[in-house]
Every structure is written in C-alpha cells, then in structure tokens.
Design a binder for this molecule. Structure first.
Ligand SMILES: NC(=O)c1ccc[n+]([C@@H]2O[C@H](COP(=O)([O-])OP(=O)(O)OC[C@H]3O[C@@H](n4cnc5c(N)ncnc54)[C@H](O)[C@@H]3O)[C@@H](O)[C@H]2O)c1
Length: 275
C-alpha cells in the first residue's frame, strides 16, 4: 500500500469509485453479452441471504442454481421464496459447516453471494475465489487486517473480483450528500468522521423463533443474528461493524429514526462560508 497517498485525493477517488460501481452494467462485470444469464449460488440463506435471494428471483437475467445453509428452517424459508417466484428449485446443500465447498464445486455457478456470520466470510471468500467464482460477500469481509490483505492478494492472484456488499453508501440520502460533495457545495473536505451508532437490541435479542425484538434470548437459543452476532459484542471491544459509516464517509443520513443514525461530521476549510 502506498503510505504516502494524499488524503484529499483518496477522498475524491474513493467517492468516485463508489459512484462508479453502482453504474457498471452487470453484463460488463461478467464479460458476457446482455442475454446471458448470471448463474448464482447462495452461501448462507438466513434473513439477509433470503433478502438477496428474493431480489435475484425477481430478475430475468439471473438463475439461482444452488443454495446452502446449515439450518433446515432457513432452507425451508428460502425454498418457499423460490416456489412463490415460480422459478425452478435450486440444488439444496444442507451438509454442515463445510457443505459450502460442495456448492463451490458446481461448475454451473458463475458467482456466489455469501451471507453467513462474520467469522465465516474470509475463508468462504478465499475458497470461492480459488474455485474461480465471482464473489459478493456481506459485511464485514474480514475480521483482521491480515485477513483483508489475504483477500486482496487472492483476488489479484486468481483474477476473481470480490465485492463487499455494503449498501448504506448507496442510500438515496447518502448519495445526495455525495453529489453535493462532488459539486463542491461544501468546499474542500479535509476531515471526515463517522460512527456506527445503532440501537441493536432488536437484532441481538429475540425469542429464538423470529426476529423483531420479542424476547431476550441470544447465543444458541437466539434466532438469526441473535444467535451469533451478540457473542461478538460480549467478547470483542471496538467498532465491530465499521463499513456502514466508513464507506459512507462523504455522506450523512438518517433512516428509521429510532434505530439508525450514521453521524458524520465535516470540518471544512477554504469553503465559501468559512474563512
Ligand atoms: N448490509 C446490510 O444491510 C445487512 C443487513 C443484515 C445483515 N447483514 C450481514 O449479512 C450477514 C448475515 O446476516 P443475517 O442477518 O442473514 O444472519 P442470519 O443468522 O439470519 O443468517 C446467517 C446464515 O448463515 C448460516 N450459516 C452459518 N454458518 C454457515 C456455514 N458454514 N455454511 C453455510 N451457512 C452457514 C446460518 O445458518 C444462517 O442461516 C452478516 O454478515 C450481517 O452482518 C447485512
């Protein structure tokens, strides 16, 4: 990494890259003509994976080839979505924590969407790129700096792209602020600061049957993220989920006022208003 990177150029270019990703047509990413379908495999079809699955099932240019999870109830919920969509039933892999490797052996799959607990992301991304799959992986893709570098090096070595599926940076309000920054509304930015400040009680605790904040179970008695995410907060100290605000660092915004707030403070110099 070039440690002498100019911070101002970094802010400008990363902002531009964020916008660019959202406008690249999928046909270019896969290097095929627009009539070619993208064939997807889903690793982890919990609540987030099902949300991705539901979107994929709506598309006419996507085939859902396989789904993989370690819980029967998540597979059942996913298959219900497939049935409702009228699309063909995918290959189902329910073979324990290493079962995803079987999905990666499927040569009919171009790309995988990974939405498993954080501790699985890095190894699943590495295995997927090594299996020559394009990868979209939920945040965070790595839990240590070393893991992140290994992902970079593996992507370079295999030539397979890895996209971290951060979405906050593409929210309408966040994009609006990005647009204002690009139009120099604020003047020159020299300092960006943010933080992830969610009230996550409804995510980290539930009744073990549904999400939505009823109940106080977590760990092996919890459902969805309460089953695994709460443990991270018990045993780790720090900003455990930095990408939402970090990737949005040129933006600020609020949604679901009670639950979510991504505060960004800007310090401007050379702006029209500050002398
Ligand atoms: N970008 C966003 O807005 C957003 C929103 C929600 C969740 N997420 C992220 O999505 C990811 C998944 O979160 P979720 O809410 O779906 O949690 P979840 O617990 O509902 O789903 C995780 C799924 O992974 C499965 N799983 C665990 N180990 C596995 C393995 N070895 N192989 C296959 N499947 C395995 C679990 O059985 C579960 O079904 C997390 O990284 C989370 O931070 C992102």
């Amino acid at each position: 990494m070039n440690t002498t990177t100019n911070r101002r150029n970094f802010i400008k270019t990363t902002a531009a890259a964020g916008l660019g990703l959202s406008i690249i047509p999928s046909g270019i990413v896969f290097g095929k003509d627009k009539d070619t379908k993208v064939r997807l495999g889903f690793i982890g079809v919990g609540l987030r994976g099902q949300s991705h699955l539901e979107l994929a099932l709506k598309r006419t240019d996507v085939d859902v080839v396989a789904i993989c999870d370690i819980q029967q109830r998540m597979i059942d919920m996913s298959l219900k979505l497939v049935t409702e969509s009228g699309k063909p039933k995918p290959q189902v892999i329910l073979e324990g924590v290493q079962g995803y490797k079987k999905l990666l052996e499927n040569k009919d799959i171009d790309a995988v969407v990974i939405a498993t607990p954080w501790e699985w992301h890095s190894i699943m991304c590495l295995d997927s790129m090594n299996a020559k799959k394009y990868v979209g992986c939920e945040v965070n893709v790595g839990m240590t700096v070393e893991e992140c570098w290994e992902l970079v090096h593996t992507s370079e070595r295999t030539g397979m792209p890895l996209m971290m599926l951060e979405n906050v940076c593409y929210r309408r309000d966040v994009m609006a602020v990005l647009n204002m920054v690009r139009q120099n509304v604020f003047g020159e930015l020299i300092h960006l600061q943010g933080g992830y400040q969610h009230d996550l009680r409804e995510v980290k605790f539930n009744n073990g049957k549904t999400d939505g904040g009823i109940g106080a179970e977590f760990g092996e008695k919890g459902f969805s993220e309460a089953e695994w995410r709460t443990q991270h907060s018990v045993y780790r100290n720090g900003d455990l989920y930095p990408t939402a605000w970090c990737w949005s660092c040129c933006h600020d915004g609020r949604h679901q006022p009670r639950q979510s707030f991504y505060p960004i403070s800007f310090l401007f110099i050379k702006s029209p208003w500050v002398t």
